[in-house]
Design a protein around this ligand. Sequence first.
Ligand code: FAD
Length: 319
Amino acid sequence: MSKVLVVLETAGGQLRPHCLPGITAAKQIADARGQELHLLVLGADTGAAAEIAAAGYGAAGVHTITDPALEPFTAEAWADAVIHAVKTLAPSVVGGTASSTLRDCLPRAAAVLDAPLCAEVIAVKSGDTFTRPISAGRALLDEKVSGDLVFFTARGSEFEPAAAGAAAPVSAIEGASVATRGVEVVGIRKTESSRPALTEASVVVSGGRGMREGSNFKVLEDLTDLLGGALGASRAATDAGMVPADLQVGQTGKIVAPNLYIAVAISGAIQHLAGMKGSNTIVAINKDEEAPIFQVADYGLVAKWEEALPRFVELVKAR
Ligand code: FAD
């Protein structure tokens, strides 16, 4: 029986939680094709992550490729590992959550193996037909991908994290030749934050160009911390240097789907909506009642943030 293989990421030996929706998408594909679900754990130290993967999620098998060259991440080395796993395991489908890592390495592996890739899947229609947004989310495309081997990436915001399932045996894949091919990671500048990761937070508070300058984000940070959420921003705000680029939400930033998304002084351009319109409840504060953000907002307040936010913070504090 052929298989559907999900690529899982590790950090410091632990499974990254954002991988779990990718397992759910792969399980739907496997069920639709009547094939087995298999998990592939890649990293310099896969032990703990493989154990977690093996203990649940209903996979038929968990496979590991452990190599020091897999950390820090380079698309070159990871693509080598994926290609080796495909040659060893002969799956019919390979994919995972559309994280920055898999968005980078899976297309390389697919290109080398001359296989099609359906990117940013938001729904599984059948074993070979998947729905994905096009034109920054203006339209949805049902795409049929055929061949003996196909790749996919699935939007983490559109699939539930994989639920616990039966345990699976773990086996190490040996013999991978993993090389970074001239790419050397010379430094990693990590944003240190006590807040939850933007893509994993249940509350996201985002600011836009209307915040005018970085220091004005302080009031948004206060609100974010009171709600235990993550801070986000529009591209206009990150491009203007008000906040770091890794806070950008949208088509070319992070895709988020929290329980609560609060958009402050953000107009609601289609490229921003592409990154947050899957949120459960959207609250918008904007001084312009015609701002397009109000078309997707569940609750809208037409007001200047300078007046609305201090009051908002006060009310949350008083809860
Ligand atoms: P603006 O559109 O300038 O809106 C500012 C808003 O603030 C206005 O609605 C205004 O009424 C309001 N405002 C001003 N002052 C106040 C005040 N005192 N109180 C309350 N409200 C106030 N954008 C993204 O966000 N994410 C992306 O990933 C992204 N990718 C892109 C990819 C491409 C290829 C392109 C072409 C564009 C992309 N953009 C993206 C940019 C996008 O088109 C918009 O330019 C951007 O989202 C606008 O950001 P904004 O809403 O903060 O700014």
